[in-house]
Design a protein around this ligand. Structure first.
Ligand code: SF4
Length: 315
């Protein structure tokens, strides 16, 4: 048996991690919440890839889905509203050897965190961003979010949302350096898993919008699509997300080459069916953690540099 040489952490390289080894606290989401399915898919991925818990980090903002790091036995950072992405980017820049995941809700990512979302897409750090979109602020008890459909009532707009909903897929595809953009649903477990796995294997910033059921506040948003597979249309391609075994259930399939950005942008526009699958992937775009490698320094070197900076202000 050998020990982990990278960190000298006493890690046994031959150790096999089961899904239970990644389980943290018992999830306190509502019964039937789509977040449970996403957590299971992530735990399955951690086991399949045998990610060392000490080398894996989940960063979140604020919201129901942002409780994610508590429910995993990896490193985690439950941060500030909308700030998951800059924290996760900082982790990745300082420690490119770690596997970094950011978990956000729709309000978290597309409202207060919108600037970070756009710029992180442009920076293209090598990490996965899961945006769990239930179309509402759930943790704070039902307020209109940027992705709430027009006309849908909430506590803040009881007569219905007054603006058309933001489209997070087309918005991401419009940002310079977007390198991986996909959409899946929490109620399609195989596709959900395959999408997160493809995002994990992607070299660059993998933005995954997960349509997420919130039985507490927004049941009508996805209820029909859950019951009727004909309301979904899967984008299919050898370089896309595999849909093994799902072809019989989801009959509406559309060939789409995920290297075609213009077509991806067209397909992101609303249609009679919800599009599921990989819109775009481009691994030729440089990652921030490649183009801006930070030197690893000892604690003494950091203190010396900090003191040198402070000395500039000596009077
Ligand atoms: Fe899930 Fe909605 Fe409950 Fe939040 S309020 S835990 S999103 S079902």
């Amino acid at each position: 048996m050998t020990e982990c040489s990278l960190l000298g952490c006493g890690q046994d390289e031959d150790q096999y991690y089961s899904m239970q080894d990644y389980e943290g606290a018992i999830a306190r989401w509502c019964p039937g919440c789509g977040d449970h399915a996403v957590l299971t898919a992530v735990e399955k991925l951690l086991e399949a890839e045998q990610l060392v818990p000490e080398k894996t980090v989940f960063v979140s903002g604020i919201g129901c889905s942002s409780r994610f790091p508590h429910y995993l036995k990896t490193y985690g950072f439950h941060g500030l509203h909308g700030r998951a992405l800059p924290v996760a980017t900082g982790v990745k820049l300082r420690r490119p050897d770690l596997h970094v995941f950011a978990v956000m809700g729709d309000g978290d990512c597309t409202s207060i965190g919108a600037a970070h979302w756009i710029h992180t897409t442009r920076y293209n750090p090598n990490m996965v961003a899961l945006m769990l979109d239930n179309g509402v602020y759930g943790l704070t008890k039902n307020q209109t979010s940027p992705t709430t459909p027009v006309g849908y009532p909430s506590n803040t707009q009881p007569r219905g949302a007054i603006l058309n909903a933001m489209n997070p897929i087309s918005a991401t595809l419009g940002v310079t350096n977007a390198s991986f953009v996909a959409q899946t649903g929490d109620w399609i477990p195989d596709h959900l898993y395959e999408t997160i796995a493809a995002g994990f294997r992607h070299k660059g910033f993998a933005f995954i919008r997960i349509l997420q059921r919130c039985p507490q506040y927004t049941t009508p948003l996805f209820d029909e699509a859950v019951r009727n597979p004909d309301l979904l249309e899967f984008m299919v391609h050898p370089n896309g997300i595999p849909m093994d075994g799902l072809e019989e259930i989801y009959k509406h399939q559309l060939p789409h080459d995920p290297s075609d950005l213009n077509n991806a942008r067209c397909l992101a526009e609303p249609d009679e069916r919800i599009r599921i699958g990989l819109f775009y992937r481009n691994e030729a775009i440089p990652c921030l953690d490649e183009v801006r490698q930070l030197p690893l320094r000892t604690a003494e070197e950091k203190i010396e540099l900090l003191n040198a900076e402070l000395d500039k202000y000596a009077v």
